[in-house]
Design a protein around this ligand. Structure first.
Ligand code: ZN
Length: 73
């Protein structure tokens, strides 16, 4: 995960495109929390704003959704 700063000044994390492609070509049920950078299992490819089990933020997105939004490095 790579840290970056959003337009609003919050620190967030984004995964690499390679790791997203691995998920999409695999079981495609893993997402990432943008707030803390942890991966989450059992997440649909198009999931948006799921609650993170680790930090509690509603910032878990599915792998395909992250690619669509350009949130990777
Ligand atoms: Zn989190």
């Amino acid at each position: 995960m790579k840290a970056y700063v959003t337009k609003s000044g919050a620190k967030q994390y984004k995964p690499s495109l390679a790791s997203l492609n691995r998920i999409i070509s695999g079981d495609n049920s893993t997402g990432y929390c943008l707030a803390c950078g942890k991966s989450a299992g059992g997440v649909e490819p198009d999931a948006r704003k799921y609650e993170c089990e680790c930090c509690g933020a509603a910032k878990v997105y599915g792998a395909e959704e992250l690619v669509l939004m350009g949130l990777y490095h």
